[in-house]
Design a protein around this ligand. Structure first.
Ligand code: SF4
Length: 221
């Protein structure tokens, strides 16, 4: 499988898209442009408002996307609403194929430490397989980073920036694996909907046995 263009979802997808383009040899271009005067969409409570938010926040560039096989890079999928709209916008701009790549592991659990994520029932990865999410997004393919790959990338970045790396256990990964570093009481677990969490060995959707990107675009190189 091949693609013609790597497109970041601005702004958080830009740095990983640069790396993806370099690694894959597929050229990067800004096929999505962002309106900086509107806020993030996942904090909007109603689905209709979120859809509208995506539309006014991002615009697809038909001149760059028409007839292309597009790899679109984003940092995460929360409910799936935004990603679905992005795939749709890229197709409406004339793209022939849309392959979505996510630079985090699937978000399976809410954050209780300050990031405004919805409750667990609304997190699409908590109740859907990789293939179900791909179908919901209407993407031609979908891949996430595994937790192991995320840890490796953080370690590499830290070594590059600071000359040393911390152990993987240093970081919170609770929204990916449900292991909250500050423990909850049983009452809080029930209140937060955490009593049904998967065991620590349960693989996340998209995670490969090697803990690497399961990405045919990169594997075909
Ligand atoms: S890694 Fe931890 S602190 Fe960061 S968003 Fe996830 S749960 Fe919250």
């Amino acid at each position: 499988m091949e693609a013609d263009i790597v497109v970041p979802v601005p702004d958080s997808g830009l740095a990983p898209a640069l790396g993806y383009a370099e690694e894959s040899g597929i050229p990067l271009d800004m096929g999505l442009v962002r309106n900086h005067y509107v806020g993030r969409t996942f904090i909007e409570p109603q689905q209709s408002i979120r859809h509208f938010g995506v539309k006014i926040k991002l615009n697809a560039v038909p001149g760059l996307l028409a007839g292309k096989r597009v790899v679109v890079i984003d940092d995460s999928i929360v409910r799936g609403t935004t990603s679905r709209k992005i795939v749709s916008m890229i197709r409406e701009a004339g793209a022939r194929e849309v392959h979505m790549r996510i630079t985090s592991a699937p978000i399976n659990f809410p954050c209780f430490y300050g990031i405004d994520t919805p409750n667990r029932g609304e997190l699409i990865a908590s109740s859907h397989t990789l293939e179900e999410i791909r179908r919901y997004l209407k993407a031609d393919s979908l891949a996430y980073l595994s937790i192991g790959a995320m840890e490796e990338e953080v370690r590499c970045s830290q070594t590059f920036l600071e000359g040393e790396s911390r152990t993987p256990g240093h970081y919170c990964k609770a929204c990916f694996d449900g292991n909250y570093p500050i423990p909850f009481t049983q009452e809080e677990r029930v209140q937060h909907g955490l009593f049904d969490r998967q065991g620590p060995s349960a693989p996340s959707p998209g995670e490969t046995p090697e803990g690497r990107f399961d990405d045919p675009l990169l594997r075909s190189r």
